[in-house]
Write a protein that binds this ligand. Structure first.
Ligand SMILES: [Zn+2]
Length: 153
């Protein structure tokens, strides 16, 4: 992962039932399972700066995902340096998978018309089938990588 722009997915594990406040969205129930949040980083520092911030979980609670991040464990990060913003595409592909649910309407989707940029699964969804689906629908999509463990420490 470099400081070039790109799109990323955070795979966040909920370990126990808890209720959190998510800024203006209000209360959210976090349950055991895997929450996949999709975002993009096209500002200074690109993907590396943004994902590093999420991985550390520090800084002000600014985005919806910051509140969820504080209540979960970061299990993996998927990312692409594709020059197009792919977050809405990724959110749609994830929502389409069997077992996917949208836990909170509007989560992470204040600036677009998606139902949400957060999808919940009972267990970690398969990266290889996510890649396959993207390749099938968007043949020009740049490769999707999984972040190294150094980022997640
Ligand atoms: Zn969207």
């Amino acid at each position: 992962m470099t400081d070039a722009p790109g799109t990323y997915a955070l795979l966040l594990r909920g370990e126990e039932n808890q209720e959190i406040e998510v800024g203006a969205l209000g209360a959210m129930i976090v349950r055991p399972g895997v929450y996949v949040y999709v975002g993009s980083a096209f500002g200074p520092g690109g993907l590396r700066a943004r994902v590093g911030r999420h991985a550390r979980g520090d800084g002000a609670q600014h985005w919806h995902v910051d509140y969820l991040r504080a209540a979960t464990a970061l299990e993996a990060v998927w990312y692409t340096h594709d020059p197009e913003r792919r977050e809405c595409t990724w959110a749609a592909v994830l929502r389409d998978r069997s077992g996917a649910t949208v836990p909170v309407d509007g989560f992470g989707a204040s600036d677009c018309t998606c139902p949400a940029h957060l999808t919940r699964f009972e267990s970690v969804p398969s990266l290889s089938s996510f890649r396959a689906r993207l390749r099938e629908q968007y043949p020009d999509h740049a490769p999707v990588e999984q972040a190294g463990e150094d980022l997640l420490e």
